[in-house]
Design a protein around this ligand. Structure first.
Ligand code: NAD
Length: 321
Protein backbone atom coordinates (compact mmCIF):
# COMPACT_ATOMS: atom_id res chain seq x y z
CA UNK A 1 0.00 0.00 0.00
CA UNK A 2 1.19 3.52 -0.77
CA UNK A 3 1.12 6.45 1.64
CA UNK A 4 1.16 9.86 -0.02
CA UNK A 5 1.60 12.76 2.38
CA UNK A 6 0.06 16.24 2.14
CA UNK A 7 3.51 17.60 1.34
CA UNK A 8 4.05 15.16 -1.52
CA UNK A 9 0.55 15.90 -2.90
CA UNK A 10 1.50 19.59 -3.00
CA UNK A 11 4.76 18.76 -4.75
CA UNK A 12 3.40 16.45 -7.44
CA UNK A 13 -0.17 17.57 -8.28
CA UNK A 14 -0.35 20.81 -10.21
CA UNK A 15 -3.37 22.80 -11.34
CA UNK A 16 -3.17 21.32 -14.86
CA UNK A 17 -3.23 17.76 -13.48
CA UNK A 18 -6.25 18.59 -11.33
CA UNK A 19 -8.07 20.32 -14.20
CA UNK A 20 -7.63 17.30 -16.50
CA UNK A 21 -8.59 14.79 -13.80
CA UNK A 22 -11.74 16.73 -12.85
CA UNK A 23 -12.79 17.40 -16.45
CA UNK A 24 -12.38 13.70 -17.28
CA UNK A 25 -14.35 12.51 -14.28
CA UNK A 26 -17.22 14.96 -14.94
CA UNK A 27 -17.32 13.58 -18.49
CA UNK A 28 -17.29 9.97 -17.20
CA UNK A 29 -20.15 10.78 -14.79
CA UNK A 30 -22.30 12.14 -17.61
CA UNK A 31 -21.67 9.00 -19.68
CA UNK A 32 -22.71 6.80 -16.75
CA UNK A 33 -19.18 5.39 -16.43
CA UNK A 34 -18.63 6.89 -12.99
CA UNK A 35 -21.00 7.34 -10.11
CA UNK A 36 -21.00 8.73 -6.58
CA UNK A 37 -22.38 6.78 -3.65
CA UNK A 38 -24.70 8.56 -1.19
CA UNK A 39 -22.87 11.10 0.98
CA UNK A 40 -22.75 10.64 4.75
CA UNK A 41 -22.16 13.74 6.91
CA UNK A 42 -22.96 13.81 10.61
CA UNK A 43 -22.52 16.11 13.58
CA UNK A 44 -20.70 13.66 15.87
CA UNK A 45 -21.54 15.43 19.13
CA UNK A 46 -17.85 15.87 19.99
CA UNK A 47 -15.48 18.81 19.41
CA UNK A 48 -18.34 20.48 17.45
CA UNK A 49 -17.14 18.37 14.54
CA UNK A 50 -18.93 17.43 11.34
CA UNK A 51 -17.62 14.16 9.96
CA UNK A 52 -18.48 12.03 6.95
CA UNK A 53 -17.63 10.15 3.76
CA UNK A 54 -17.83 10.87 0.07
CA UNK A 55 -17.24 7.85 -2.12
CA UNK A 56 -17.74 6.41 -5.58
CA UNK A 57 -16.37 4.41 -8.48
CA UNK A 58 -15.05 5.55 -11.83
CA UNK A 59 -15.04 2.55 -14.19
CA UNK A 60 -13.26 4.55 -16.84
CA UNK A 61 -10.48 5.96 -14.65
CA UNK A 62 -10.53 2.85 -12.39
CA UNK A 63 -10.72 4.94 -9.23
CA UNK A 64 -12.56 3.26 -6.35
CA UNK A 65 -12.55 4.64 -2.85
CA UNK A 66 -13.66 7.32 -0.44
CA UNK A 67 -12.72 10.61 1.13
CA UNK A 68 -13.22 10.66 4.85
CA UNK A 69 -13.11 13.80 6.91
CA UNK A 70 -15.00 16.90 7.85
CA UNK A 71 -14.89 20.13 9.78
CA UNK A 72 -13.33 20.70 13.23
CA UNK A 73 -13.94 24.35 14.17
CA UNK A 74 -11.47 24.25 17.09
CA UNK A 75 -8.52 23.27 14.88
CA UNK A 76 -7.59 26.85 14.09
CA UNK A 77 -6.50 27.32 17.75
CA UNK A 78 -4.30 24.24 17.42
CA UNK A 79 -2.55 25.62 14.34
CA UNK A 80 -4.40 23.16 12.08
CA UNK A 81 -6.80 23.66 9.15
CA UNK A 82 -10.45 23.35 10.20
CA UNK A 83 -11.25 21.11 7.23
CA UNK A 84 -9.47 17.76 7.48
CA UNK A 85 -9.65 14.88 5.02
CA UNK A 86 -7.90 11.74 3.87
CA UNK A 87 -8.53 9.73 0.69
CA UNK A 88 -8.53 5.92 0.65
CA UNK A 89 -8.07 4.30 -2.78
CA UNK A 90 -8.85 0.64 -3.35
CA UNK A 91 -7.81 -1.71 -6.15
CA UNK A 92 -11.05 -2.21 -8.15
CA UNK A 93 -9.86 -5.70 -9.22
CA UNK A 94 -9.18 -7.06 -5.72
CA UNK A 95 -10.67 -4.65 -3.16
CA UNK A 96 -7.26 -4.27 -1.51
CA UNK A 97 -6.29 -0.89 -0.10
CA UNK A 98 -4.02 0.66 -2.72
CA UNK A 99 -3.22 4.07 -1.26
CA UNK A 100 -3.78 6.48 1.62
CA UNK A 101 -3.55 10.01 0.33
CA UNK A 102 -3.63 13.31 2.26
CA UNK A 103 -6.84 15.08 1.21
CA UNK A 104 -6.53 18.69 2.39
CA UNK A 105 -4.51 20.23 -0.45
CA UNK A 106 -6.27 17.94 -2.95
CA UNK A 107 -9.71 19.18 -1.82
CA UNK A 108 -8.69 22.77 -2.50
CA UNK A 109 -7.08 22.03 -5.84
CA UNK A 110 -9.95 19.83 -7.08
CA UNK A 111 -12.57 22.42 -6.02
CA UNK A 112 -10.66 25.14 -7.84
CA UNK A 113 -10.34 22.82 -10.84
CA UNK A 114 -14.12 22.34 -10.92
CA UNK A 115 -14.85 26.05 -11.21
CA UNK A 116 -11.98 26.41 -13.70
CA UNK A 117 -13.55 23.65 -15.84
CA UNK A 118 -16.84 25.56 -15.72
CA UNK A 119 -15.17 28.81 -16.73
CA UNK A 120 -13.33 27.04 -19.53
CA UNK A 121 -16.58 25.62 -20.98
CA UNK A 122 -19.15 28.30 -20.09
CA UNK A 123 -17.65 31.77 -19.65
CA UNK A 124 -17.56 34.22 -22.53
CA UNK A 125 -14.20 34.10 -24.29
CA UNK A 126 -13.89 37.89 -23.96
CA UNK A 127 -14.28 37.88 -20.16
CA UNK A 128 -11.96 40.50 -18.67
CA UNK A 129 -13.03 41.10 -15.07
CA UNK A 130 -13.03 38.34 -12.46
CA UNK A 131 -15.23 38.81 -9.39
CA UNK A 132 -14.36 37.02 -6.14
CA UNK A 133 -16.95 36.67 -3.37
CA UNK A 134 -15.17 35.07 -0.42
CA UNK A 135 -11.60 35.25 0.83
CA UNK A 136 -11.09 32.14 2.98
CA UNK A 137 -8.82 29.14 2.55
CA UNK A 138 -10.34 28.02 -0.78
CA UNK A 139 -10.48 31.46 -2.38
CA UNK A 140 -6.76 31.69 -3.14
CA UNK A 141 -6.85 28.35 -4.98
CA UNK A 142 -9.97 29.47 -6.86
CA UNK A 143 -8.36 32.72 -7.98
CA UNK A 144 -5.19 31.05 -9.25
CA UNK A 145 -7.10 28.38 -11.21
CA UNK A 146 -9.63 30.83 -12.68
CA UNK A 147 -6.91 33.26 -13.77
CA UNK A 148 -5.56 30.60 -16.13
CA UNK A 149 -8.84 30.22 -18.03
CA UNK A 150 -9.35 33.67 -19.56
CA UNK A 151 -7.26 36.78 -20.23
CA UNK A 152 -8.49 38.56 -17.13
CA UNK A 153 -7.28 42.13 -16.72
CA UNK A 154 -8.60 42.85 -13.23
CA UNK A 155 -10.08 41.29 -10.09
CA UNK A 156 -12.94 42.84 -8.10
CA UNK A 157 -13.57 41.28 -4.71
CA UNK A 158 -15.91 41.38 -1.74
CA UNK A 159 -15.87 39.48 1.54
CA UNK A 160 -18.02 39.76 4.64
CA UNK A 161 -14.86 39.90 6.76
CA UNK A 162 -13.01 42.65 4.90
CA UNK A 163 -9.68 42.04 6.64
CA UNK A 164 -9.41 38.62 4.96
CA UNK A 165 -9.24 40.23 1.52
CA UNK A 166 -5.63 41.33 2.00
CA UNK A 167 -4.26 37.81 1.58
CA UNK A 168 -6.34 37.40 -1.60
CA UNK A 169 -4.89 40.69 -2.82
CA UNK A 170 -1.47 39.07 -2.35
CA UNK A 171 -2.48 36.26 -4.72
CA UNK A 172 -3.71 38.78 -7.31
CA UNK A 173 -0.43 40.72 -6.97
CA UNK A 174 1.44 37.50 -7.54
CA UNK A 175 -0.61 36.95 -10.72
CA UNK A 176 -0.01 40.54 -11.86
CA UNK A 177 -3.72 41.38 -11.68
CA UNK A 178 -5.00 44.70 -10.29
CA UNK A 179 -7.27 44.00 -7.30
CA UNK A 180 -10.12 46.25 -6.16
CA UNK A 181 -12.28 45.73 -3.10
CA UNK A 182 -15.83 46.74 -4.04
CA UNK A 183 -19.40 46.50 -2.79
CA UNK A 184 -21.45 43.56 -4.06
CA UNK A 185 -23.63 45.64 -6.43
CA UNK A 186 -20.52 47.02 -8.11
CA UNK A 187 -18.96 43.57 -8.29
CA UNK A 188 -22.06 42.33 -10.12
CA UNK A 189 -22.04 45.32 -12.47
CA UNK A 190 -18.36 44.90 -13.41
CA UNK A 191 -17.49 41.21 -13.32
CA UNK A 192 -17.73 38.95 -16.38
CA UNK A 193 -17.00 35.85 -14.29
CA UNK A 194 -17.86 35.55 -10.59
CA UNK A 195 -16.73 32.88 -8.15
CA UNK A 196 -18.61 32.56 -4.86
CA UNK A 197 -16.74 30.59 -2.21
CA UNK A 198 -18.13 31.41 1.24
CA UNK A 199 -19.89 29.68 4.13
CA UNK A 200 -22.92 31.97 3.78
CA UNK A 201 -26.44 30.86 4.67
CA UNK A 202 -28.25 33.61 2.77
CA UNK A 203 -28.19 35.14 -0.70
CA UNK A 204 -25.14 37.35 -1.20
CA UNK A 205 -25.74 38.24 -4.87
CA UNK A 206 -29.11 39.46 -6.11
CA UNK A 207 -30.48 38.92 -9.61
CA UNK A 208 -30.72 42.62 -10.46
CA UNK A 209 -27.01 43.17 -9.71
CA UNK A 210 -25.73 40.66 -12.28
CA UNK A 211 -25.13 41.86 -15.83
CA UNK A 212 -26.09 39.84 -18.94
CA UNK A 213 -23.44 37.41 -20.15
CA UNK A 214 -21.93 36.75 -16.71
CA UNK A 215 -20.75 33.30 -15.73
CA UNK A 216 -20.99 32.43 -12.03
CA UNK A 217 -19.19 29.50 -10.44
CA UNK A 218 -21.01 29.02 -7.18
CA UNK A 219 -18.73 26.85 -5.04
CA UNK A 220 -19.48 27.55 -1.38
CA UNK A 221 -22.86 25.83 -1.00
CA UNK A 222 -22.17 22.19 -0.26
CA UNK A 223 -24.58 21.52 2.64
CA UNK A 224 -28.30 21.80 3.28
CA UNK A 225 -29.09 25.34 4.44
CA UNK A 226 -26.08 27.09 2.89
CA UNK A 227 -26.80 29.70 0.21
CA UNK A 228 -24.92 32.30 -1.84
CA UNK A 229 -27.26 33.32 -4.68
CA UNK A 230 -30.70 34.87 -5.01
CA UNK A 231 -32.97 32.00 -6.17
CA UNK A 232 -34.42 34.43 -8.76
CA UNK A 233 -30.93 34.64 -10.29
CA UNK A 234 -30.84 30.84 -10.58
CA UNK A 235 -34.26 30.95 -12.26
CA UNK A 236 -33.07 33.57 -14.75
CA UNK A 237 -29.90 31.70 -15.71
CA UNK A 238 -28.92 28.53 -17.53
CA UNK A 239 -27.77 26.24 -14.73
CA UNK A 240 -25.07 23.56 -14.82
CA UNK A 241 -23.73 21.35 -12.05
CA UNK A 242 -21.31 18.58 -11.22
CA UNK A 243 -24.12 16.26 -10.05
CA UNK A 244 -27.83 17.05 -10.26
CA UNK A 245 -28.77 14.92 -7.21
CA UNK A 246 -26.42 16.96 -5.02
CA UNK A 247 -27.31 20.28 -6.64
CA UNK A 248 -30.97 20.00 -5.66
CA UNK A 249 -30.34 18.74 -2.12
CA UNK A 250 -27.09 20.25 -0.79
CA UNK A 251 -26.06 22.60 -3.59
CA UNK A 252 -27.10 26.12 -4.51
CA UNK A 253 -30.15 24.90 -6.46
CA UNK A 254 -31.78 23.51 -3.27
CA UNK A 255 -33.42 26.92 -2.68
CA UNK A 256 -34.74 27.55 -6.22
CA UNK A 257 -36.07 23.98 -6.27
CA UNK A 258 -37.78 24.41 -2.87
CA UNK A 259 -39.43 27.61 -4.13
CA UNK A 260 -40.53 25.87 -7.37
CA UNK A 261 -38.59 28.40 -9.44
CA UNK A 262 -36.77 25.70 -11.42
CA UNK A 263 -37.21 22.00 -12.07
CA UNK A 264 -34.60 19.28 -11.69
CA UNK A 265 -34.69 18.76 -15.47
CA UNK A 266 -33.58 22.37 -16.02
CA UNK A 267 -30.15 21.61 -14.49
CA UNK A 268 -27.51 20.34 -16.92
CA UNK A 269 -24.62 18.12 -15.79
CA UNK A 270 -21.45 19.88 -16.95
CA UNK A 271 -20.08 16.52 -18.07
CA UNK A 272 -22.70 16.49 -20.83
CA UNK A 273 -21.34 19.82 -22.09
CA UNK A 274 -17.78 18.44 -21.95
CA UNK A 275 -18.94 15.36 -23.91
CA UNK A 276 -20.81 17.52 -26.44
CA UNK A 277 -24.19 15.88 -25.80
CA UNK A 278 -25.65 19.12 -24.33
CA UNK A 279 -25.06 22.71 -25.35
CA UNK A 280 -23.32 25.12 -23.01
CA UNK A 281 -23.62 28.89 -23.28
CA UNK A 282 -26.04 29.76 -26.10
CA UNK A 283 -25.46 33.51 -26.42
CA UNK A 284 -23.24 36.35 -25.24
CA UNK A 285 -26.15 37.68 -23.16
CA UNK A 286 -27.06 34.50 -21.34
CA UNK A 287 -26.18 34.23 -17.65
CA UNK A 288 -24.63 30.84 -16.88
CA UNK A 289 -24.27 29.36 -13.41
CA UNK A 290 -22.19 26.38 -12.34
CA UNK A 291 -23.43 24.90 -9.06
CA UNK A 292 -20.26 23.17 -7.84
CA UNK A 293 -21.35 20.96 -4.97
CA UNK A 294 -18.18 18.88 -4.73
CA UNK A 295 -18.40 15.15 -5.48
CA UNK A 296 -16.38 12.26 -4.09
CA UNK A 297 -15.29 11.26 -7.60
CA UNK A 298 -13.34 14.51 -7.90
CA UNK A 299 -11.38 13.54 -4.80
CA UNK A 300 -10.73 10.04 -6.09
CA UNK A 301 -9.63 11.41 -9.45
CA UNK A 302 -7.02 13.80 -8.05
CA UNK A 303 -5.91 11.31 -5.38
CA UNK A 304 -5.31 8.71 -8.12
CA UNK A 305 -3.15 11.23 -9.96
CA UNK A 306 -1.26 11.99 -6.73
CA UNK A 307 -0.69 8.29 -5.99
CA UNK A 308 0.45 7.56 -9.56
CA UNK A 309 2.84 10.50 -9.74
CA UNK A 310 4.20 9.99 -6.23
CA UNK A 311 4.88 6.33 -6.99
CA UNK A 312 6.58 6.99 -10.31
CA UNK A 313 8.72 9.76 -8.79
CA UNK A 314 9.70 7.58 -5.82
CA UNK A 315 7.98 9.98 -3.38
CA UNK A 316 5.37 7.59 -1.96
CA UNK A 317 6.01 5.46 1.13
CA UNK A 318 5.21 1.78 0.63
CA UNK A 319 3.98 -0.22 3.61
CA UNK A 320 2.31 -3.62 4.09
CA UNK A 321 -0.90 -3.93 6.05
P1 NAD B 1 -13.02 29.40 5.28
O1 NAD B 1 -13.58 29.14 6.63
O2 NAD B 1 -11.55 29.46 5.11
O3 NAD B 1 -13.64 30.78 4.69
C1 NAD B 1 -15.01 31.05 4.82
C2 NAD B 1 -15.36 32.21 3.91
O4 NAD B 1 -16.77 32.47 4.03
C3 NAD B 1 -14.66 33.50 4.28
O5 NAD B 1 -14.52 34.27 3.10
C4 NAD B 1 -15.66 34.15 5.24
O6 NAD B 1 -15.48 35.54 5.33
C5 NAD B 1 -16.95 33.81 4.54
N1 NAD B 1 -18.11 33.79 5.41
C6 NAD B 1 -18.26 33.16 6.59
N2 NAD B 1 -19.50 33.34 7.07
C7 NAD B 1 -20.17 34.09 6.16
C8 NAD B 1 -21.49 34.61 6.07
N3 NAD B 1 -22.39 34.36 7.02
N4 NAD B 1 -21.81 35.35 4.99
C9 NAD B 1 -20.91 35.59 4.01
N5 NAD B 1 -19.64 35.12 4.03
C10 NAD B 1 -19.28 34.38 5.10
O7 NAD B 1 -13.68 28.30 4.34
P2 NAD B 1 -13.15 27.73 2.95
O8 NAD B 1 -12.34 26.51 3.20
O9 NAD B 1 -12.58 28.83 2.13
O10 NAD B 1 -14.54 27.23 2.31
C11 NAD B 1 -15.50 28.15 1.87
C12 NAD B 1 -16.79 27.41 1.56
O11 NAD B 1 -16.57 26.50 0.49
C13 NAD B 1 -17.33 26.58 2.72
O12 NAD B 1 -18.74 26.72 2.76
C14 NAD B 1 -16.95 25.16 2.34
O13 NAD B 1 -17.79 24.20 2.91
C15 NAD B 1 -17.11 25.24 0.84
N6 NAD B 1 -16.39 24.22 0.07
C16 NAD B 1 -17.00 23.73 -1.02
C17 NAD B 1 -16.36 22.77 -1.80
C18 NAD B 1 -17.02 22.25 -3.03
O14 NAD B 1 -16.54 21.27 -3.61
N7 NAD B 1 -18.06 22.86 -3.51
C19 NAD B 1 -15.10 22.30 -1.41
C20 NAD B 1 -14.48 22.86 -0.30
C21 NAD B 1 -15.13 23.83 0.44
Amino acid sequence: MLVVSEEVCREVVGRDDAFTAVENVFAAMAKGDAYNFPVIREAIGYADALYGFKSGFDRQGLALGLKSGGYWPGNIDKGLTNHQSTVFLFDPDTGQLRALVGGNYLTAVRTAAASAVSISHLARKDSKVLGMVGAGHQAAFQLRAAAEQRDFERVVAWNLHAEMLESLRGVADDLGLPFDVVEREKLGAEADVIITITSAHEALLMKEWIKPGTHLACMGTDTKGKQELDPALIAAAKVFTDEVAQSITIGECQHAIAENLILEKDIVPIGAVINGTEGGRMSAEEITIFDGTGVGLQDLAVASVAAGLAESLGKAQRISL
